[in-house]
Design a protein around this ligand. Structure first.
Ligand SMILES: O=P(O)(O)OC[C@H]1O[C@H](O)[C@H](O)[C@@H](O)[C@@H]1O
Length: 275
């Protein structure tokens, strides 16, 4: 623990892999696993878990963990030659002891950890681009969570990639949830062969399964959970040369409460990476 009361602890998970616990002075916490470079838990200072993890989740390679915040890279979904959502969520990351500096404000007053993923020989066979993916996970004194991704091309050949934080938010009951910030946007509907539709002007509420990719998403989206009286604000910034998407997937309808109480709302960027 340092002078500001921020703590970073490294321990082993049940499979012997390192996991990192970030804690702030008020008692909020975030847990990050090296399998997938994945945030596995994010708790308020009252100990309430904000992220959903499936009870059937498998926490070791080659499986992706269903829950928390998987990292989709270098591909989102099935738009490319790789497995669904790319390989980063299935790989073992390392702790980056000496990352290139970020803006000083990106560390100030925060408990944070830097992770690093480099391609293996096998990865280079399926995606022949030499990269370094650095992920900083920050927990602020207010209990906010921020993720900063930096992808470095260490070869001379430009490449394109997609990146997404596939965030599983924990919610009470989907019929009590409203999403604002996607109104009037066009979306591709995965339940209708990716046909393109336009969202109406109202905030989104849910009566059936939803699986969509919204185009040209704004920088801020909010999820209101009326039953829990909780609001998630999701913001994105940075990444020039970007085609932003938001994707939304909801299950758990059919009249049964808490059938699968989660909602995925992620932000995706498509980018090109030059040396
Ligand atoms: O099952 P996974 O590979 O983890 O993908 C989980 C989900 O990811 C995105 O949200 C897609 O839009 C969904 O169609 C997919 O079901």
């Amino acid at each position: 623990m340092n002078n500001s009361g921020l703590a970073v602890e490294v321990s082993k998970d049940r499979n012997g892999a390192d996991q990192i616990l970030l804690r702030n002075p008020r008692g909020a916490s975030a847990k990050v696993g090296l399998h997938g470079g994945q945030v596995l838990s994010w708790r308020t200072d009252r100990g309430e878990e904000l992220l959903f993890t499936s009870s059937k989740a498998i926490f070791k390679p080659p499986y992706a963990v269903r829950g928390g915040i998987p990292i989709c890279f270098p591909q989102f979904g099935q738009r490319g030659s790789l497995e669904q959502h790319g390989f980063a969520r299935n790989r073992t990351w390392i702790i980056d002891e000496n990352p290139p500096p970020l803006h000083p404000n990106d560390a100030c007053g925060k408990a944070y950890i830097d992770l690093l993923l480099k391609p293996s020989e096998d990865d280079l066979k399926i995606w022949p681009h030499s990269f370094e993916f650095r992920l900083r996970v920050n927990l602020t004194a207010d209990g906010n969570l921020s993720l900063i991704s930096r992808i470095r091309n260490i070869n001379c050949k430009p490449f394109s990639f997609s990146i997404a934080y596939h965030t599983y938010f924990s919610i009470s009951d989907i019929s009590e949830v409203r999403v604002e910030g996607l109104e009037t946007l066009d979306y591709l509907d995965n339940l209708y062969q990716r046909e393109r539709f336009t969202e109406q002007g109202d905030a989104l509420t849910f009566e059936s399964e939803v699986d969509r990719v919204y185009l040209g998403s704004r920088d801020a989206i909010a999820i209101f959970d009326h039953e829990r009286k909780r609001t998630f604000f999701i913001k994105k910034e940075g990444l020039p040369d970007v085609v932003p998407f938001a994707f939304l997937q909801v299950f758990g309808i059919h009249g049964r409460r808490n059938l699968k109480p989660w909602l995925i709302l992620g932000m995706r960027n498509t980018n090109r990476c030059f040396v």
